[in-house]
Design a protein around this ligand. Structure first.
Ligand code: ZN
Length: 287
């Protein structure tokens, strides 16, 4: 197998399990190695995180501080603190994001709810999402982030899965016990501060939803809007009217801060130059 010479190569697994997505990024940033972070973000119905990271460091370099301040003012937060160069965890918005859906145990509207929520996040980010169809694949903390296809190696499609309560809180998944859903993005970063989300799992406890549709804050549609915010790089905020509040904010649509954040991590911010390749993955088979 070819050995990649990319700056993203040499990934190290951190195998992080558990909860509020926070904290981890700060430890990873600034190291001079390329690191894969497996960050779990636990969401709706979970308790608010105790320490907002936005206030964690006053002595950061200028781009970092500026980006963080701008986000706080606009009413959104990043999944991890910006890197030294001000870059944040996000997808390469110039490449379509493929996803597969496993909604067999969900409400009758589940497939339509997924499509509806994808449409919202696509519109707000300017990013293109491609539905690769249904799957029987079950979410798994150990899910490989690359796939061999007829066309060559690809990043694994985002897995959007509804599972019964027994699976959601069972072995192999790291759902918080108070949560209704979580998103687990795979993020690669390098020493310059660039970071890239390459795939993710979005897992919903189908038995905890109030309903299908998107008229109720606890229904599948709004739950997915919140999770898809995490999927594209947003963390929780504590501001009324935003769906990225830890408990979903009791709303059924993106608020102004949510939309500003989605816009920031999306197409408007430009492509990622020299994006991470599947051959950079730690799951790419070594020769
Ligand atoms: Zn959340």
């Amino acid at each position: 197998m070819p050995v990649s010479s990319s700056r993203w190569a040499g990934a190290v697994a951190l195998g992080l399990a558990l909860t509020l997505g926070a904290g981890l990024g700060a430890a990873v940033r600034g190291e001079h190695t390329v690191v894969r972070r497996v960050t779990s973000v636990v969401t709706v119905d979970s308790k608010p995180s105790a320490t907002p990271r936005a206030n964690a460091n006053a002595a950061v370099s200028l781009p970092q501080a500026q980006v963080r301040r701008a986000a706080a003012k606009a009413g959104f937060a990043f999944l991890d603190p910006p890197g030294l160069n001000g870059e944040v965890d996000r997808w390469d918005p110039c490449v379509p994001i493929h996803y597969v859906v496993d909604v067999e145990v969900g409400p009758p509207t589940a497939a339509a709810d997924v499509a509806w929520a994808i449409g919202q996040v696509s519109r707000a980010t300017g990013m293109r999402f491609v539905d690769d169809g249904t799957t029987k694949e079950q979410p798994d903390d150990g899910r490989k982030d690359v796939r061999q296809t007829k066309a060559g190696w690809r990043w694994a499609p985002v897995l959007i899965a509804l599972v019964p309560d027994s699976v959601f809180h069972g072995k192999g998944l790291h759902a918080d016990k108070d949560s209704l859903a979580y998103t687990d993005p795979d993020i690669y970063s390098d020493s310059s501060g660039d970071a890239q989300i390459v795939t993710a799992q979005v897992v919903v406890d189908a038995d905890d939803l109030t309903d299908g549709g998107h008229d109720d804050p606890g229904a599948l549609g709004p739950t997915l809007l919140h999770e898809f915010g995490h999927l594209v790089g947003l963390d929780h905020v504590h501001r009324s009217g935003e769906i990225m509040q830890p408990d979903g904010g009791g709303v059924t649509s993106y608020g102004p801060g949510d939309l500003a954040g989605l816009h920031y991590v999306g197409r408007a911010h430009g492509c990622i130059a020299d994006a991470a390749l599947p051959t950079d993955s730690e799951d790419f088979p070594k020769s």
